[in-house]
Design a protein around this ligand. Structure first.
Ligand code: AGP
Length: 606
């Protein structure tokens, strides 16, 4: 959701900006723009609606610079257009600003200070750049002082990552953030800022964190950090170990297919990372002690991560015997339930940047409650701000539809539950050989991804035409049906629902008509027969039935048969056919599988 890149101190600035923006494409966007300045009085601003390719097509050979800012915009205030695209600039063409986030009090600031100004866009961002200009020109303030004054006027509930440039100090990037992600990248003789490390990874592995409510001045040869009262702060850089090539698509037509296929390797990597040569998971003992002091585990997440939490809660309760509840972060943030006396919080987030989840973590930290973030992105905001972090080791996930992060989240939850259950002496944990099971899961995933042809045919036959579809199941199969339906709706635009199969007859069965696809997930001994009966009820009303069934429960006419693993880990397998069904349905409709409409990979606004 909006990507930002900035650079100062190199004649490769324009290409660094474009490369960075391309690496941020996964976040979702609908327009793009760059501003570059050659430090000798020439500057260029180019913005285009649509893809970065449109922006590149508009770049002529004479456009170059030694410093600049770039932006991919995901529309919030005003539709996607050249006028609403960033960078935004002041009426006198002196200041240029890119922004990720939402300024909640922009209308009030506009009314109070900028009544005379003619605006070129409908954005909240333009208000900020015009306001900086006003304070510099009318109040004779320095740019730094004016920017600081504007930052103090922005309401606390707003979110922003800003990079501001001033034509009169063209080698300087004025940077600030609140809630939205932004990092400094330290190059050799030049410096950068970017929404994530991947956007700068071709240039450097050395980064510097930016805290909320800090003003950061980035020059080619140094970086100054101050708090909002003007006090200097010091900060050590950190290094990240990411392979710049791991985010490439290789021979795959879409990232999503590559990421689905990577799942067996991710399972094996997790075993290697968390077990090494041991049979016991290697988990930070301080984390286990902190969990042991709690009386209730609260799992917080959004979208797919929330769905992974629904599976995880069942695993924690079985292996650890500790009550575990799961909450949608955007709900928890504003309707906090009555909590137990000693809560422990687990945040699930692939990106580690989701604003809704971060909002909850802010409250958790205010109350000094312990927390763990399970994320794919080391040093991401949720990782930095939680007490503990455990990583997913899934490699960059670029497709908007999350696949390998979901299965990695469940696997890490299972590894943690095993370690914690044993730490507190729960016999169920001792009995459960998660290392062996994850090996079986990896092989099972491989077998499913090897049978793509069947899934492509099922998608073409049953899912290409209908407007609606249902995934149904009971217990843990129901939680997978929620994730399966989310996959289908987000990339193929089929209105799909995941449903507890026993609930159908209480209302929803009224929606079943001739040829409505109903996909049953059946992996649990206790509920298999009941879900089959519920499928029969829909078939009797005209539905087309598709079944995803564990081998030991399979019948002759089942559609997709899954290898057997421990039933608690069956979601790691049953979700894979659903991911592939969504992929082939989207592909068959000629849609952009990796970048579905209206969606962003990293949802950094609330
Ligand atoms: C799922 O395919 C979506 N991309 C979305 O639901 C995602 O899981 C959600 O936005 C949470 O993201 P996070 O894991 O990065 O916090």
């Amino acid at each position: 959701m909006c990507g930002i890149v900035g650079v100062t101190g190199t004649d490769r600035s324009l290409s660094i900006l474009i490369e960075g923006l391309k690496r941020l494409e996964y976040r979702g966007y609908d327009s793009a723009g760059v501003y570059v300045n050659d430090l000798h009085g020439h500057d260029y601003l180019i913005k285009r609606p649509g893809r970065i390719a449109n922006l590149e097509a508009a770049l002529t050979d004479d456009i170059n610079g030694l410093a600049g800012i770039g932006h991919t915009r995901w529309a919030t205030h005003g539709g996607p257009s050249e006028a609403n695209a960033h960078p935004h600039y002041s009426s006198d063409n002196r200041f240029y600003l890119v922004h990720n986030g939402v300024i909640e009090n922009y209308a009030q600031l506009k009314k109070e200070y900028l009544g005379e100004v003619t605006f070129r866009s409908q954005t909240d961002t333009e208000v900020i750049v015009q306001l900086v200009d006003k304070f510099v020109v009318e109040n004779n303030m320095t740019t730094e002082a004016a920017f600081l004054k504007v930052l103090r006027l922005i309401s606390n509930d707003s979110s922003y990552a800003f990079v501001l440039m001033d034509r009169e100090q063209p080698d300087t990037l004025f940077v600030a953030k609140n809630k939205s992600p932004l990092l400094v990248g330290l190059g050799d003789g030049y410096n950068m800022v970017g929404s994530d490390a991947m956007s700068m990874i071709k240039e450097t592995k050395k980064f510097m964190e930016i805290g909320d409510h800090e003003l950061v001045i980035v020059k080619p040869d140094h970086v100054d950090i101050k708090d909002f009262t003007g006090n200097d702060k010091t900060r050590n850089p950190f290094e990240v170990d990411i392979d710049a090539n791991s985010a490439d698509k290789g021979a795959y037509p879409y990232y999503m297919l590559k990421e689905i296929d990577e799942q067996p390797a991710v399972m094996r990597k997790l075993v290697q990372q968390y077990f090494g040569d041991s049979d016991q998971p290697q988990i930070n003992e301080e984390l286990l002690k902190s969990m042991a002091e709690s009386d209730h585990i609260y799992i917080i997440g959004a979208g797919t991560s929330y769905h992974a939490g629904l599976v995880g809660s069942r695993i924690f309760e079985r292996l650890c015997g500790v009550p575990t509840s799961v909450h949608i972060s955007s709900e928890f943030a504003y309707e906090q339930p009555l909590l137990s006396k000693k809560p422990f919080f687990i945040f699930l987030s692939q990106s580690g940047e989701t604003a809704d989840s971060r909002q909850v973590l802010v409250t958790i930290n205010e109350n000094k409650w312990p927390s763990l973030t399970i994320t794919n992105v080391d040093k991401s905001t949720l990782s930095r701000e939680a007490t503990f972090t455990e990583l997913l080791y899934a490699g960059p996930e670029i497709a908007v539809a999350s696949t390998k992060a979901y299965t990695a989240q469940i696997a890490v939850e299972a590894i943690l539950a095993k370690a914690f259950g044993e730490f507190i002496g729960n016999p169920e944990a001792k009995k459960f050989d998660v290392k062996h099971q994850l090996g079986l899961v990896a092989n099972g995933m491989q077998a499913i991804t090897d049978s793509k042809k069947t899934l492509e045919e099922v998608a073409a036959r049953f899912l290409s035409k209908p407007r609606n579809a249902f995934y149904i199941g009971r217990g843990i199969d129901w939680t997978v049906s929620l994730e399966a339906a989310l996959k289908l709706k987000e990339i193929s635009y089929v209105q799909a629902e995941g449903f507890a199969s026993g609930e159908l007859k209480h209302g929803t069965i009224a929606l079943i008509e001739n040829n409505t696809p109903v996909i049953g997930i059946i992996t649990q001994d206790r509920t298999a027969g009941l879900t089959r009966s519920n499928l029969d009820e829909t078939e009797a009303r005209g539905a087309n039935i598709i079944t995803i069934v564990s081998r030991h429960l399979a019948q002759e006419d089942d559609t997709i048969v899954l290898p057997d693993v421990d039933q608690m880990l069956s979601p790691l397998l049953s979700v894979v056919p659903a991911q592939l069904l969504a992929y082939y349905t989207s592909l068959g409709k000629g849609l952009d599988v990796d970048k579905p409409r209206n969606l962003a990979k990293s949802v950094t606004v609330q």
